[in-house]
Design a protein around this ligand. Structure first.
Ligand code: ZN
Ligand code: ZN
Length: 270
């Protein structure tokens, strides 16, 4: 990626992004994937949408103004992705866990900064065993645009740099950065990934403090509508979209607390 060397403040903040390179396939419960079967114990209830109105404490984001009415049945969620630690050691797995699972409630929900599916992130120990649950059918009210097709992953790693927007306006001059991101000639590609930086298009990095501890949340998982053909240094060019659409051909970004990944996540569609 071409970044003028005078922007050392950006260069010093390089992060590894693990590009997923999803391809058509038949992923198994024992594999990392998008849209395949989750390793979900039959002994555990299948999760339902955490976003109700009025909001419940475990809701994925703050400031919800819309969700499922508290007095109506809350829809079952849809398995969107799972990531094993052996494939994605970059994810901040809490002690005793080696599997991260992402579930979506595939309807529109409204919060101050997100309009789209609700998200649940589950950390699990894959070695606890037992019978695996069969996923329920997507709920009747599901929006087809939020339902993925099964994809196996073919990850590669690349370096990403932050947008200037990630720095507070009053610090940019001191750091030798231009006041506006428009003056830096690079763009993050849009693709599904773990880690890296957020490709802000529609929004900006505001209101990203942890609801529990106040720490600034960090980009952790991006589920993209399309897989951009940007050079990532590997030869894999057989990218296949997962069949969902977030925002205006955007990406659903999941942010985690750096203090404790079990603190409530936030979601931004960009
Ligand atoms: Zn919901
Ligand atoms: Zn926190």
């Amino acid at each position: 990626m071409n970044l003028p060397t005078e922007f050392s403040a950006l260069i010093e903040r390089a992060r590894t992004a693990v590009r997923l390179h999803p391809v058509d396939g038949e992923p198994a419960v024992g594999e990392s994937h998008l849209g395949g079967p989750l390793l979900w114990p039959a002994s555990e209830p299948w999760p339902t949408c955490p976003v109700t109105w009025p909001p419940k404490a475990e809701a994925t984001d703050d400031g919800w103004t819309g969700g499922h009415p508290d007095d109506e049945p809350v829809p079952a969620m849809v398995g969107a992705a799972q990531f094993y630690r052996r494939d994605f050691p970059e994810l901040p797995f809490p002690d005793g866990t080696d599997l991260a699972q992402v579930l979506l409630c595939p309807t529109f929900h409204t919060s101050k900064r997100h309009y789209g599916p609700a998200v649940r992130l589950v950390w699990r120990d894959s070695k606890t065993g037992g019978e695996v649950a069969e996923a329920p059918e997507p709920p009747e009210e599901a929006d087809d645009m939020f339902l993925p097709q099964p994809r196996v992953l073919n990850p590669c790693r690349l370096e990403e740099f932050p947008y200037v927007d990630e720095f507070p306006l009053d610090r940019r001059v001191e750091l030798g950065l231009p006041a506006s991101g428009d003056d830096v000639d690079y763009e993050l590609g849009q693709f599904s990934k773990v880690g890296g930086w957020t490709a802000w298009y529609a929004g900006d990095p505001e209101d990203l403090s942890c609801r529990e501890c106040g720490a600034r949340l960090r980009q952790a998982i991006a589920l993209a509508t399309q897989e951009d053909e940007v050079p990532c240094g590997c030869e894999r060019r057989d990218d296949e979209e997962a069949g969902w659409e977030f925002g205006e051909q955007g990406a659903l970004n999941i942010f985690l607390c750096p203090t404790d990944p079990r603190h409530p996540v936030k979601v931004r569609t960009e």
